[in-house]
Ligand binder design. Structure first.
Ligand code: NAD
Ligand code: MN
Length: 499
C-alpha cells in the first residue's frame, strides 16, 4: 500500500472511530453529575473532536467511594497474586488487540505521529501492565534476623485507594506506568487523565472490566486540574497520589497532602536535561543523531528531553551542523501520515508557550541556528519547526526552564569540571547524558551528574526493567522496575513472640 493511501486510510478511520466521553466509575460510564462537559480538540486541525464529561468534587467522591468499596470487599485486593496476574495479562492483551484504535485515538487527541502511537505508546503501555502482572507472583516478603524467640515478618500491603494524575505527552503510557504496579499490588485506582488528552484512558477502563477487573477497581474521572485533580489530591479517603506532570503542580500535590490526610505523594515532574558531549566523543554522527532525536522526538514534549546540548567548544560547530540538518529533515507533518516524524503541539496554550520561549531566546541574545517558526498554520493546527539555539548561557530562561517543545539550547564548555557544573546548574535532575570514548571520563562524569537516569554514549536507553524518575525538583519515587511497587504498598512489621 502506498504512503498516500495509508494516510487516507487513517483519515477514513478517524471519521468513524468510537470515542468514549463519559467518566468511568464503579464499572460503568456516566456523565458528570453537574452535566458539564469540556471540549476535546484535535491539535492537528484546531477542530473539536468531541465533548467529554467534566468531573468535579462530587464525581471524585463517587469514584473514591467506589474504589474504597472495591478495596474493602477484597475481590481484587485479597485475590491470589497468580489470579491478579491472569486478569492483568488479559488486560494487557486487550490493549494490544485494540492497538490501532487506541493509537488513532491518542494521535487525534494529542497530535503525536500515528507511527509513534502505534509503535511506541500503545505497545509500551500494554507492556507495562503485563510486566508488573508477570512480576506479582514472583516477589517475596521478608523475615527479619531478630533474636531467637521472636519471628518478625516484614510484609508489603497495598496502599488502598490510589489517585493517579497524569499528563498529556504520553497519555496512556504514563497512566500505565501507574496502573501496572498499582493494580498488580492490589490497589483500587482513580485515574485523572489530562484535560488535554482524556480519551484513551476512558476507552481502556472498559477493557479492564472485560479482562476481569472487579467494578470499582479502576475508575477514570476526566476533568480539569483545579476541579477533578484538586478534589482527588485533597480527598481524605485517598491513600496515595501518584502524579506525573509539571514541577509547579507537583509542589501543590505536597501541599494538598499536608492540608488533608498526609497521603503518600509520588512525583514525576519536569526536566531540563543536559546532553554532555566531550571533545573525544567516539562517533560525532551518532551523537548528533541522538541529540536531535533527544529533543525533537514527540515534538520535544518529553519530560526527559535532551533540551540542553552541553558541548565542548572544539566540536560545537560540527555537532550543530549535523543537528540542524536532521532538524530540517524532520519538518512537522500530518500526524495521520505514517511518514510523519514530528506532529502537532498539544494545544494552542502550549504552542504559545513554546513560541514565547523562542522569542525569549532571541531577545536574550542567543543565536537562532534553525527553525523558530510556527508552520502549517493553514491546517488550523499547532505546529512548530525543530528549533536550534546556539550561544546560550546559563543566565537565560531557555537554559534553565523547561520548554516542552522542539527547542534545543546549546551551551559550550572548555573542560570537564565546567561541563559538570553547567549540567548540574538547574533545579531539575531527571535525565542526563555523557559522550566520551574515555571510560574514566565517562564514569566520572556519570557519577557527578545529579540525575535519575544517566545515559553513556546514547540518549535513549529505555526498558521497563529500569527505574525512571528524578533527583531534585524532577520528583521523588520511581516509575517502572520492581522499585515502582514500593510506591503503592505499605511496609508492615508483624512481631510474633515465641518465648
Ligand atoms: P501539569 O502539571 O499541568 O498537569 C499534569 C496533570 O495534573 C494533569 O492531569 C492536570 O490536569 C493535573 N493538574 C493540573 N493542575 C492541578 C491541580 N491544581 N490539582 C490537581 N491536579 C492538577 O503538566 P502537563 O502540562 O500535563 O504535563 C507536562 C509536564 O509533565 C512536564 O513538566 C513534564 O516534564 C512532566 N512529565 C514528567 C514525566 C516524568 O516521568 N518525570 C513524564 C511525563 C511528563
Ligand atoms: Mn486533546
Amino acid at each position: 500500500m502506498g504512503r498516500k493511501q495509508e494516510s487516507l486510510n487513517w483519515h477514513a478511520r478517524a471519521a468513524t472511530v468510537a470515542l468514549r466521553t463519559e467518566a468511568f466509575i464503579d464499572g460503568r460510564y456516566r456523565p458528570a453529575i453537574s452535566g458539564e462537559t469540556f471540549e476535546c480538540v484535535n491539535p492537528a486541525t484546531g477542530k473539536s473532536l468531541t465533548q467529554v464529561a467534566s468531573c468535579a468534587a462530587a464525581d471524585v467522591d463517587l469514584a473514591v467511594a467506589g474504589a474504597r468499596r472495591a478495596f474493602e470487599a477484597g475481590h481484587w485486593s485479597r485475590m491470589a497474586p497468580a489470579a491478579r496476574k491472569k486478569v492483568l495479562l488479559r488486560f494487557s492483551e486487550l490493549i494490544r488487540e485494540h492497538r490501532d484504535e487506541l493509537a488513532l485515538t491518542e494521535t487525534l487527541d494529542m497530535g503525536k505521529p500515528i507511527t509513534d502511537s502505534l509503535n511506541i505508546d500503545i505497545p509500551a503501555a500494554a507492556r507495562s501492565i503485563a510486566w508488573f502482572a508477570e512480576a506479582i507472583d514472583k516477589v517475596y516478603d521478608q523475615i527479619a534476623p531478630t533474636q531467637h524467640d521472636a519471628l518478625a515478618l516484614v510484609t508489603r500491603e497495598p496502599a488502598g485507594v490510589v489517585g493517579a494524575i497524569v499528563p498529556w505527552n504520553f497519555p496512556l503510557l504514563m497512566a500505565s506506568w501507574k496502573l501496572g504496579p498499582a493494580l498488580a499490588t492490589g490497589n483500587s485506582v482513580v485515574l485523572k487523565p489530562s484535560e488535554k488528552s482524556p480519551l484513551t484512558a476512558l476507552r481502556v477502563a472498559e477493557l479492564g472490566i472485560e479482562a476481569g477487573l472487579p467494578a470499582g477497581v479502576l475508575n477514570v474521572v476526566p476533568g480539569f486540574g483545579h476541579t477533578a485533580g484538586e478534589a482527588l489530591a485533597l480527598h481524605m479517603d485517598v491513600d496515595c497520589v501518584a502524579f506525573t506532570g509539571s514541577t509547579r503542580i507537583g509542589k501543590r500535590m505536597l501541599e494538598y497532602s499536608g492540608r488533608s490526610n498526609m497521603k503518600r505523594v509520588w512525583l514525576e515532574c519536569g526536566g531540563k536535561s543536559p546532553n554532555v558531549v566531550m571533545a573525544d566523543v567516539a562517533d560525532l554522527e551518532r551523537a548528533a543523531n541522538a541529540a536531535a532525536a533527544g529533543i525533537f522526538f514527540n515534538q520535544g514534549e518529553m519530560c526527559s528531553a535532551a533540551s540542553r546540548l552541553v558541548v565542548h567548544e572544539s566540536i560545537r560547530d560540527a555537532m550543530l551542523e549535523k543537528i540542524v540538518q536532521i532538524g530540517r529533515a524532520m519538518a512537522p507533518g500530518d500526524p495521520l501520515d505514517p511518514a510523519t516524524r514530528l506532529g502537532a503541539i498539544v494545544d494552542r496554550t502550549q504552542l504559545d508557550t513554546v513560541l514565547g520561549f523562542i522569542e525569549s531566546g532571541r531577545r536574550g541574545g542567543a543565536r537562532l541556528r534553525s527553525g523558530g517558526q510556527r508552520v502549517r498554520e493553514e491546517t488550523g493546527g499547532y505546529f512548530v519547526e525543530p528549533t536550534v539555539f546556539d550561544g546560550v548561557t546559563m543566565d537565560m530562561k531557555i537554559a534553565r526552564e523547561e520548554i516542552f517543545g522542539p527547542v534545543l539550547s546549546t551551551i559550550t564548555f572548555k573542560d570537564v569540571d565546567e561541563a559538570v557544573r553547567i549540567a548540574n546548574d538547574v533545579s531539575y535532575g531527571l535525565a542526563a547524558a555523557v559522550w566520551s570514548r574515555d571510560i574514566t571520563t565517562a564514569h566520572r562524569v556519570a557519577k557527578a551528574l545529579r540525575a535519575g537516569t544517566v545515559y553513556v554514549n546514547c540518549y535513549d536507553g529505555d526498558d521497563i526493567t529500569v527505574p525512571f524518575g528524578g533527583f531534585k525538583q524532577s520528583g521523588n519515587g520511581r516509575d517502572k522496575s520492581l522499585h515502582a511497587m514500593d510506591k503503592y504498598t505499605e511496609l508492615k512489621t508483624t512481631w510474633i513472640d515465641l518465648s
